[in-house]
Design a protein around this ligand. Structure first.
Ligand SMILES: *Cc1c(COP(=O)(O)O)cnc(C)c1O
Length: 372
């Protein structure tokens, strides 16, 4: 029998009474757009992260886009980011006429290599957009310090995969000018459709982002700026509110399962994700690096263990973004793209299921060894 890659069904079963009641409450009051659950969720998430403001939006992509719009990114402005991420990170920069400037990654964490950022800064640089990949926060103190040294560049944490993660005692999303997260169903805090949120401590930026979210309206039918249709549905906010009730348990489970995976893999011919002591990883995906990935992946899939690759092609090698790579190579990102492999991970994964994954991984690895 095949394991689920992400077990959303067990999560729903565990939370069914709460989720159903929350959804029913929305059906009863009927305020499907900007209903009371929207404000309730924003208050809960601001309190959870420690950020002063939370603005829910229609997706993680929209959160990143609205952050850049609120910062008034102009055509030709440069934003420093990583090529080893989901396309949305660079997409929003390009949509506004900006230029993504790629910087290579650390080979072990797969997060942006902060030592390479300063050399990429030019007079056109407006912002740095690090991605807290796989659920481990980037070195945000160092990135904020670089930004401060260069005329107060804005820093936007793409925290789509890291909601719930901690960094030096603080929470992801509350670590820089803006934090942007996603409630896509497979993310650490998912809804049942699309959703996302933006976080900031800055009152003026928060107000601007709120206006942009509703077509630039400062009051009804007063459009003070150009905005987007970027609201998160009341129903989706209701689902996230229900899920928050066991979120702390889920995060603890993710940390425990991630540590257990890494312990069980000692001695296997895999490179586990590099972890930093001053932060934790909430394992949006449980990702490792392995040689002969295709062989290992095929053997796992044949044994009923679903896998995924986050991500097979770095953005500077994607047709839509190659021009921004300016012919440069990013060897660490390229090597990671050839070797990363994600295994089943979710709070409801059992230890027995996890043992089975590791057992099949060990078999797949021994089968992939070259015959001498
Ligand atoms: C998922 C993801 C996004 C986009 O979030 P959506 O809610 O799907 O729009 C952006 N960046 C990263 C790193 C992601 O993993």
């Amino acid at each position: 029998m095949s394991l689920p890659f992400i077990d959303l069904k067990s999560q729903y079963t565990a939370l069914k009474p709460r989720i159903d009641a929350r959804i029913q409450a929305v059906l009863d009051h009927g305020q499907y757009i900007m209903g009371p659950e929207v404000k309730e969720l924003e208050a809960a998430l601001a309190a959870y992260t420690g950020a002063k403001h939370c603005i829910t939006v229609s997706s993680g992509t929209e959160a990143l886009l609205i952050a850049l719009m609120a910062l008034d990114l102009r055509p030709g402005d440069e934003v420093i980011t990583t090529p080893f991420t989901f396309a949305a990170t660079a997409e929003v920069i390009v949509l506004l006429g900006g230029v993504p400037i790629f910087v290579d990654i650390e080979p072990d964490t797969c997060n942006i290599d902060t030592r390479l950022i300063e050399a990429a800064i030019t007079p056109k640089t407006r912002a740095i957009m690090p991605v807290s990949l796989y659920g481990q926060v980037c070195d945000m103190d160092e990135i904020n310090a670089i930004a401060a040294r260069h005329g107060n560049l804005a820093v936007i944490e793409d925290a789509a995969q890291s909601f719930g993660a901690s960094y030096k005692g603080k929470k992801s999303c509350a670590l820089s000018t803006f934090g942007a997260t996603s409630f896509f169903p497979s993310k650490p805090l998912g809804c049942y459709g699309d959703g996302g949120a933006l976080f900031t401590d800055d009152d003026a930026l928060a107000q601007t982002a709120r206006e942009i979210r509703v077509h630039g309206q400062s009051q009804r039918y007063t459009h003070t700026r150009v905005g987007v249709g970027g609201r998160m549905d009341t129903l989706q906010c209701a689902v996230v509110l229900a899920k928050l009730e066991r979120f702390e348990w889920e995060i603890a489970r993710r940390l425990a399962l991630g540590a257990r995976y890494q312990a069980l893999m000692q001695g296997l011919a895999v490179q586990p994700l590099g972890l930093r002591e001053d932060r934790d990883c909430v394992w949006a995906q449980f990702t490792l690096q392995v040689d002969s990935r295709q062989t290992v992946q095929q053997a796992l899939n044949a044994a009923g263990i679903p896998t995924a690759i986050h991500y097979p092609t770095p953005l500077h090698k994607q047709p839509a973004y190659a021009q921004y790579g300016r012919g440069q190579s990013f060897p660490k990102a390229e090597r990671a793209a050839e070797r990363v492999l994600s295994l089943p991970m979710s709070p409801d994964l059992s230890e027995a299921q996890q043992d089975r994954v590791v057992h099949e991984l060990a078999r797949a690895l021994s089968a992939s060894l070259p015959v001498i």
